[in-house]
Ligand binder design. Structure first.
Ligand code: ISL
Length: 590
């Protein structure tokens, strides 16, 4: 930092200094032998989480649910799914985590419920509850509309297609009306226009906070306010596409109310999952800026880069795109707001298979991606299994998939001839399907990777014999031990948490270079996103320090140091090996 530039104000927060580990309970650890992970299984592994060094656990939904969408279809917000255990188990888990200074955040899924939730059952038969959901008349003025499971000659209220394929409306025979579901038909959307719905949600959040949780990850929270074409019309008009539900007209008002009613005065960590692409920084700051209702958000800009539209389509991306979208967020929230840094979760393929090379350079690219996650500015997230470099699954038939988002659209496309065989889409599904993330955690090299004694609910990746926790622990060069090192470093170095990001040589075609600066400390991060060697010249005018008068040390890296590598900074020139990640610590001389 030059003397004329004053450092930006730092708003410290525990959740900025924390590392999050995401647990998908169904696939973490099974103690009952039914092939499904459970809460006692997580309790068994709390020491493992402690050894890794993470600070916060985000638990995917564990509430009572018929599991049309693996728990994202909630039938009772205040009880635990039988398959996962009991409320007692959950309380024991909370205590076990808190005993180790690990916090727990829960998934808040309130854009929709299950169609088996009491509110929805009542809403079908009881006027008082009708308005809890979005019921509308079908359209009779449209020709040629049949086959939507509605009455002959009646079309769904508007033309929206659900995120999981097919119309976003389902017909109820008794009521002779249609209800909206932006996701599966078993996930009816709540009507946030109704103040009673908001009260119910806020009460429930309060109830969980009183149980001692430390925050919420809010599922598709920017979808809760629907556009006027639906809110004020029956049947709705076709003026606005479903995408207009994103950041809808009243979303900021609803979240401000949630903040006032529930979150204000609580020291809770809140992450809004923000579906869509290209959110403006102005909107982002309304959510997560200093005066916003939430701590941070998940945007989708980088995980949609390879999205081809349909689940069996892909589009190409390059380092340019990835670096571009993530740099936009680094710069956009530099002074106000806070990023979440994730490259995978339960909805995304495995990071090493997607952004790295899961074959020849699995260890190198998995550790490079870890370096990226831990050296960008924001709270880092590890999705279970990433810390041992787990890969995508070699799916061979449609029967091996479990996810509605894969099965529904592929089945209809096969039926209506849009695709002619599973074989023709196999490679794309192997790459895109959410089920890649959901195969069981690989603990050891015994049957089923030590996940279960029974028949696992979804296949265990056959590579569990080499890629597993026991093997990773023993190998000092493993992905696991590298994650541990990064977590330790982040706990001790403010520059990793708060340092300002600055992109260097932004047009390099395979090396991503940047600095992070906090007071007089800097990190210089060099990441070679390629299967081959590469070199980079560090442009003098872009460096936030004078490269001739600094002290340079090696901070962390995924290869053994090269002779003379510390001179790289003085020479403004560095050479990197395939998927090499190298970080220097740089101090300005007094
Ligand atoms: O956009 C996706 C993947 O890139 C979708 O898979 C996903 O539905 C979207 O990210 C929203 O996700 C959340 O809400 C869904 C649930 O199925 C996901 O698991 C959840 O994370 C509906 O509740």
């Amino acid at each position: 930092m030059s003397e004329t530039e004053s450092p930006p104000a730092i708003d410290r927060a525990w959740w900025k200094e924390s590392v999050v580990y995401q647990i998908y309970p169904r696939s973490f650890n099974d103690t009952t032998g039914d092939g499904v992970g459970d809460i006692p299984g997580i309790i068994e592994k709390v020491d493992y989480l402690d050894e890794l060094g993470v600070d916060i656990i985000w638990l995917n939904p564990v509430y009572e649910s018929p599991n049309a969408d693996n728990g994202y279809d909630i039938a009772d917000y205040r009880s635990i799914m039988d398959e996962f255990g009991t409320m007692d188990d959950w309380e024991r888990l909370l205590d076990a985590l808190h005993d180790r200074d690990i916090r727990l955040i829960m998934d808040l899924v309130v854009n929709h419920t299950s169609d088996e939730h009491e509110w929805f059952l009542k809403s079908r038969v009881d006027e008082e509850y009708r308005d809890y959901y979005i019921w509308r008349d079908g359209r009779t003025d449209v020709d040629g509309f049949t086959g939507f499971n509605g009455p002959e000659g009646e079309a769904p209220p508007n033309e929206w297609e659900s995120f999981f394929g097919g119309p976003a409306w389902a017909y109820d025979e008794e009521l002779e009306k249609w209800y909206m579901h932006l996701f599966d038909r078993k996930q009816p959307d709540l009507n946030w226009e109704n103040p009673e719905v908001r009260e119910e949600v806020f009460d429930m959040m309060q109830w969980w906070l009183e149980k001692g949780i430390d925050g919420f990850r809010m599922d598709v929270i920017n979808l809760i306010s629907k556009p006027d074409s639906v809110v004020h019309h029956d049947p709705p008009t076709n003026e606005s596409p479903m995408w207009d539900s994103i950041d809808g007209p009243r979303v900021h008002e609803f979240l401000a109310e949630m903040h006032e009613e529930v979150l204000a005065g609580e020291d809770a960590f809140t992450i809004g999952e923000m579906i869509g692409q290209h959110m403006s920084m102005e909107t982002a700051k309304r959510y997560v800026g200093r005066d916003g209702p939430l701590s941070t958000l998940f945007h989708f800009d980088h995980v949609l880069l390879d999205n081809g539209g349909e689940i069996w389509e892909r589009s190409d991306w390059g380092l340019h795109d990835l670096r571009g979208v993530l740099t936009r967020w680094q710069d956009g929230l530099a002074d106000d707001g806070w990023n979440s840094i994730y490259l995978s979760n339960h909805d995304q393929p495995r990071l090493v298979s997607r952004f790295g090379n899961d074959d020849e350079y699995r260890r190198e690219s998995a550790t490079l991606l870890a370096t990226l996650i831990f050296t960008l500015r924001g709270t880092p997230y590890i999705f279970q299994g990433a810390e041992i470099g787990m890969t995508n699954y070699p799916f061979d038939s449609l029967e091996e998939f479990r996810d509605v988002e894969t099965i529904n659209p592929v089945t209809s496309a096969l039926e209506n001839g849009t695709i002619d065989s599973f074989e023709s889409v196999k490679d794309a599904l192997r790459h895109n399907s959410r089920d890649n993330a959901r195969t069981p955690m690989q603990w050891d090299n015994t049957e089923n990777g030590g996940f279960t004694d029974g028949e696992p609910w979804i296949g265990v990746n056959p590579n569990y014999e080499e890629i597993n926790v026991v093997a990773a622990r023993e190998d000092p060069d493993s992905v696991f031990n590298y994650y541990r090192e990064l977590i330790d470093l982040r706990a001790d170095n403010d520059v990793m948490v708060y340092g300002q990001y600055r992109l260097l040589a932004g047009d390099h075609d395979h090396i991503w270079a940047y600095t992070r600066s906090f007071e007089d400390s800097h990190l210089l991060v060099l990441l070679n996103f390629a299967d081959h060697d590469g070199a980079i010249e560090l442009p003098d005018h872009e460096l936030p320090f004078d490269a001739d008068s600094v002290e340079v040390e090696r901070f962390v890296g995924n290869y053994d140091p090269l002779d003379g590598e510390l001179e790289a900074v003085g020479h403004r020139y560095a050479e990197l090996r395939p998927w090499e990640a190298r970080v220097y610590a740089i101090e300005e001389s007094q």
